[in-house]
Design a protein around this ligand. Structure first.
Ligand code: FAD
Length: 530
C-alpha cells in the first residue's frame, strides 16, 4: 500500500494550500519539507532579541486576504487573526509631502491632491474602476490559465470597447500609466513602488496593472498581517491540514521523484527514506529544480529541457530585520502610522535603481520596502518598541557596485556594508533612526536560499514577473498550467501561473488539476478503458 494518495514536496503557502485542498477531497496527504519548520517564505521568529517577533521573509498579505483559494479554507477558524496598521502605505518625497494609501478614500485622495489638485479625483476614478472589476479580475488572475468563467464575467463587464482599453492598460508600464493618470509625483510614485514588489520597474510592460492592483487592494482591504507573526498564517494552514488527517514531515529534503512508466509514483529524501504516492506528487519547488534535479532529463522531452534553459528567476533580494528601542522617527509624520513604507525620491531614481540591477550592479541608492510590524500588530514587540522589516533587490550575478566595493561574494563584510547602505536610506528620512537599533539580522541572497531552497539566488517570486514569463508562458511556453509532461506530477509553486506572492493559487490550481485527472481516469475506466 502507498504511503499516501498524494505527496506534496515543500510546505510553503502553495504546498500547504494544495495539501489542504486534497485533504478536503478525502485524499491522504504527506507533505515533505526540507527545513526543520514548515511555511517556506511564510515563517516568523525571534531572530534578533527575545520579545521581538520578526517575519523572516514575507510580511504583508493583501493577496492572501482576497485570494479565493485561501478564503475558502476559512483559516480564521484555525486561529488566524488579521491585524492592520492605521495607515496602509506611505511614500515620502523630498519636498516634505507623503503619498499615502489609507483605508479612508478621502485621506488617500487628499494626500495625492497635495501633489497636484485633481490627482485625488483621478485616484477615486481609477479606484471606482477597481470596485467594478476587482473581484472578477482577482478571480481571473488566480484561476488556472485560461480563466474561462472569471474571464467571461470580466469580459461581460468590460464590453468590447472596454476590453480593448483594459487590454491596453494591462500592457502599460507604470511610468506611462502614472503620467496619463496623475499630474503630480505622489500618485505616480505610489504605483511605481508597488509594481516593484515584483521585478517590474517603471518602464517594464505590465507594471501598471500590478501597481494598480496592489494599490486598490490596499485601499479596499489594507495590507493585513497575521497577529503574532507571519508564521501564524502557516500555523493555521498546518492545523487545518492536520485536522483532516494530513501529515507534515520536516527535515525531509526530497532529492528524487520516482518515475515509473511515465508516471510520478513517489519521492526519495536526502537520507534515503522513500515515500510512495498512489495518486499524485505535487511539487512546491522551483520549476528548474523540479525538472532538472528531482525528475531528471531522462524522463523529460527535449523541448521542455530547452525551454527550461530560458527560465528566468527574478532579482536577488537583500533583507534586514531590526529590533528598535522606539518607533522610527520619520520626518514625514504620516509614516509613523504606516504599516508599509516605500523609500525612493523620484520615478527617475527608481529607473536608475532598476538600470543598476539590469546591468548587474549593486544599487547605489537601494529602493526600500520597509515594514513597521509593531505599528501593524502591537503583539510583535514590547510596548514602545518596533519590529522593523525591510528589503531591496540586488543583482543575481554581481558585476560591480554602483555605490562602493561590493563584489557579490556576500561575505560578512559585504553583507554588513550593504545593510549599512540600507540604514543610511532610512536615516536620511528619519534622523536618529540608527541610535534606536538594538539588534539587526541580515540576509543576503545566499542566506535566503539556504533558508528556503525556492529562493534561488534570493529570488522571491519563483521566477520573473516580466510579461515574457507570465500566463501561458509560465514557467515555460507550453507549460502554462500545473500539469507536467509526467502523469501524476504537478507543479504547485510560485514558478507556476499566477506566480509569486502569498495567495495559494498555484497550490490550489495544482491540487485541482490532480483531482480532475483522477476524475477523468475514473470516467475512462468506467467506460472500459485502461
Ligand atoms: C524576503 C521576502 C519578502 C516577501 N514579501 C512578501 C509579502 O510581503 N507579501 C507576499 O504576498 N509575498 C511576499 N513574498 C513572496 C512570497 O513569500 C512567495 O511568493 C511565496 O512564499 C511562494 O510560496 P511557495 O509555496 O511557492 O514557495 P515557498 O514559500 O518558497 O516554499 C517552498 C517550500 O518548499 C521547500 N522545499 C524546496 N525544495 C524542497 C525539496 N527538495 N524537498 C522538500 N522541501 C523543499 C522549501 O524549504 C520551502 O519550505 C516575499 C518573499 C520573500 C523571500
Amino acid at each position: 500500500m502507498a504511503d499516501a494518495d498524494a505527496l506534496v514536496i515543500g510546505s510553503g503557502p502553495n504546498g500547504l494550500v494544495a495539501a489542504n485542498v486534497l485533504a478536503d477531497a478525502g485524499w491522504s496527504v504527506v507533505v515533505l519539507e526540507a527545513e526543520p519548520d514548515p511555511g517556506g517564505a511564510v515563517r516568523s521568529g525571534e531572530i534578533t532579541e527575545p520579545g521581538f517577533t520578526h517575519d523572516r521573509f514575507s510580511a504583508f498579505y493583501p493577496l492572501a486576504a482576497v485570494s479565493p483559494p485561501l478564503r475558502r479554507l476559512g483559516l480564521e477558524a484555525h486561529g488566524l487573526k488579521w491585524r492592520r496598521a492605521p495607515l496602509v502605505l506611505g511614500h515620502p518625497t523630498p519636498d516634505g509631502k507623503t503619498a499615502v494609501v489609507a483605508d479612508d478614500l478621502d485621506v488617500t485622495a487628499a494626500a495625492l491632491d497635495a501633489y497636484a489638485p485633481g490627482d485625488g479625483a483621478a485616484w477615486e476614478a481609477t479606484y471606482r474602476e477597481w470596485q467594478r472589476l476587482g473581484t472578477d479580475l482577482v478571480a481571473a488572475l488566480l484561476s488556472p490559465f485560461p480563466p474561462v468563467r472569471a474571464g467571461a464575467r470580466l469580459a461581460a463587464r468590460l464590453g468590447p470597447r472596454g476590453a480593448l482599453r483594459f487590454g491596453r492598460f494591462s500592457l502599460l508600464p507604470v511610468r506611462r500609466f502614472g503620467e496619463e493618470t496623475f499630474t503630480g509625483a505622489g500618485g505616480q510614485l505610489l504605483l511605481a513602488g508597488l509594481a516593484l514588489h515584483t521585478d517590474l520597474g517603471p518602464d517594464s510592460a505590465a507594471g501598471a496593472v500590478f501597481g494598480w492592483l496592489l494599490a486598490c487592494l490596499g485601499q479596499e482591504h489594507g495590507f493585513p498581517v497575521p497577529e503574532g507573526g507571519s508564521g501564524n498564517l502557516t500555523a493555521a494552514l498546518v492545523r487545518r491540514l492536520e485536522s483532516r488527517g494530513g501529515v507534515i514531515r520536516c527535515d525531509a529534503r526530497v532529492t528524487r521523484i520516482e518515475v515509473r512508466a511515465g508516471r510520478a509514483v513517489g519521492a526519495t529524501c536526502a537520507d534515503g527514506t522513500s515515500f510512495s504516492a498512489a495518486r499524485a506528487v505535487l511539487a512546491d519547488t522551483g520549476a528548474p529544480t523540479l525538472y532538472r534535479d528531482l525528475v531528471g532529463a531522462e524522463h523529460l522531452p527535449g523541448d521542455l529541457l530547452d525551454a527550461l534553459s530560458e527560465f528566468q528567476y527574478d532579482h536577488g533580494t537583500f533583507k534586514v530585520d531590526w529590533a528598535l528601542s522606539g518607533p522610527v522617527p520619520w520626518t514625514a509624520e504620516p509614516l509613523r502610522r504606516a504599516g508599509t513604507v516605500h523609500l525612493a525620491d523620484s520615478m527617475d531614481d527608481l529607473t536608475h535603481y532598476v538600470a543598476q540591477l539590469a546591468t548587474d550592479h549593486v544599487p547605489e541608492r537601494p529602493f526600500l520596502i520597509v515594514g513597521q510590524l509593531t505599528t501593524a500588530d502591537p503583539t510583535r514587540s514590547p510596548a514602545g518598541t518596533e519590529t522593523l522589516w525591510g528589503y531591496t533587490h540586488v543583482p543575481t550575478r554581481v558585476r560591480g557596485d554602483a555605490g562602493g566595493g561590493i563584489t557579490g561574494q556576500w561575505d560578512d563584510a559585504e553583507t554588513q556594508a550593504f545593510a549599512d547602505r540600507i540604514e543610511a536610506e532610512i536615516e536620511r528620512r528619519a534622523p536618529g533612526f540608527r541610535s534606536l537599533v538594538r539588534a539587526r539580522h541580515v540576509l543576503a541572497p545566499p542566506g535566503l536560499e539556504a533558508a528556503d531552497a525556492n529562493l534561488v539566488g534570493g529570488a522571491i517570486n519563483g521566477g520573473t514577473a516580466q510579461l515574457h514569463q507570465q500566463l501561458v508562458l509560465r514557467p515555460t511556453p507550453g507549460l502554462g498550467r500545473a500539469e507536467t509532461p509526467l502523469r501524476g506530477l504537478y507543479l504547485a509553486s510560485a514558478s507556476a501561473h499566477p506566480g509569486g506572492g502569498v495567495h495559494g493559487a498555484c497550490g490550489a490550481n495544482a491540487a485541482r488539476a490532480a483531482l480532475a485527472a483522477e476524475r477523468r481516469g475514473r470516467f475512462v475506466r468506467a467506460l472500459g478503458g485502461r
